[in-house]
Design a protein around this ligand. Structure first.
Ligand code: NAD
Ligand code: DAU
Length: 338
């Protein structure tokens, strides 16, 4: 395969490239990434000299640059996005630009150069919010009901991808995945934020009552699911990918991390809630299990410990990331006392 990976310098994209080159050493990869605050080529240091790998810096909204990389590829795996809900509340427009318009530029180019497969990486957040009382889950038939500028922009991109399939016959597939965790995740997201704050002796900001629920999935399991979809998934189909946890709320999650690091629960700081905060996400992943034989591997507590250990052992990586612009973001988001 001649893969074009967009957003390959981000958290999931870089884990995917490392996974792919290990498991498909004969394939070639172009990593096309704008290197926003979230893109970090350090994640790919171990493979940067691999002759099957090439990095090109560029914006997915730039049609000329996009054409130049698309014409060298046969398969696109599209990760590039603005991905943080809190930032979408502060500045929605960048989310519409990259996630909606950028996806449209890529789709046009994919049509022009007759790409064999356009796989779009999306999120379970497009389905909205579940309540704590009901036990229902999201699946491929759930209606879209996005509630943040981030999820609305991802929903917009999903609709465009499907429209290019139905209208123009572009060979697409889509996956909607739950919350990922693992190495190289930018410390604005709650798990790496909590781990690195605790390692720095700081408190952990918990939004609202802390009873919000996410469906945590180890990032390598997500990469395996994408691999199976590219190999055996049907053109035009959507696959929901979900996690290992059965309704662990944020407070329980943070307490687990505190325990793993031998810290005190006094480190928890309840702060003002996120606007429009979705209460609960849960994904029913039976379709990908039954059709493609995927399931998440391992045990959540063990993988959380593995992740905590990665951040303990890779202080250089996150200390650099937490410098510079991150400091401005942090004070703007949490105030200067936290
Ligand atoms: P991330 O923020 O860590 O990385 C995004 C990457 O995209 C960065 O390298 C950034 O430089 C790049 N990028 C941003 N704008 C760009 C542009 N205009 N042109 C080119 N590159 C650009 O994100 P992530 O957490 O790795 O998420 C990757 C994808 O997976 C996103 O589409 C996200 O919506 C989706 N997703 C994420 C999760 C999760 O838990 N993190 C879960 C489900 C789906
Ligand atoms: O569900 C998939 C989505 O998961 C992806 O599409 C997004 O790209 C990804 O960012 C993630 O979105 P969330 O908003 O669920 O992730 P985040 O880590 O920001 O927050 C997880 C939960 O923790 C959520 O309930 C908000 C809460 N939280 C978050 C932060 C940053 C806190 O309590 N305190 C915090 O400081």
């Amino acid at each position: 395969m001649k893969l074009l990976v967009t957003g390959g310098a981000g958290f999931i994209g870089s884990n995917f490239i490392l996974y792919w080159l290990k498991n498909h050493p004969n394939d070639t990869i172009i990593n096309f990434d704008k290197l926003t605050y979230a893109g970090n080529l350090e994640n790919l240091k171990t493979i940067e000299k691999n002759s099957n790998y090439k990095f090109i810096q560029g914006d997915i909204c730039d049609a000329t640059k996009v054409d130049n990389v698309v014409k060298e590829s046969d398969t696109i795996v599209h990760f590039a996005a603005e991905s943080h809900v809190d930032r979408s509340i502060t500045d929605p427009s960048e989310f519409v630009r990259t996630n909606v318009l950028g996806t449209n530029v890529l789709l046009e180019s994919a049509l022009k150069y007759k790409i064999k497969r356009f796989h779009h990486i999306s999120t379970d957040e497009v389905f909205g919010s579940l309540s704590l009382e009901e036990k229902s889950k999201f699946d491929e038939r759930t209606n879209y009901n996005p509630r943040s500028p981030y999820s609305a922009s991802k929903a917009g991109s999903d609709h465009l991808v499907r429209a290019y399939y139905h209208t123009f016959g572009l060979p697409i597939s889509i996956s909607n995945c739950s919350n990922n965790f693992g190495p190289y995740q930018f410390p604005e997201k709650v798990i790496p934020l909590a781990i690195t704050n605790l390692l720095e002796g700081k408190k952990v900001p918990v939004y609202g009552d802390g009873l919000y629920v996410r469906d945590w999935l180890y990032v390598e399991d997500h990469c395996k699911a994408i691999d199976l979809i590219l190999e055996k998934g049907k053109i035009g189909e959507t696959y929901c990918i979900g996690g290992l946890t059965e309704d662990i709320n944020n407070l329980e999650l943070i307490k687990k991390i505190i325990k793993l690091l031998g810290k005190s629960e006094d480190s928890i700081d309840f702060v003002k809630d996120r606007l429009g905060h979705d209460r609960r996400y849960a994904v029913d992943w039976s379709k990908i299990k039954n059709d493609l034989g995927w399931k998440p591997e391992g045990n959540f507590d063990e993988l959380l410990e593995k992740t905590v250990n990665w951040y303990k052992q890779n202080k250089d990586w996150w200390e650099k990331v937490k410098n510079g612009d991150y400091k401005k973001y942090y004070i703007n988001q949490y105030g200067s006392n936290l």
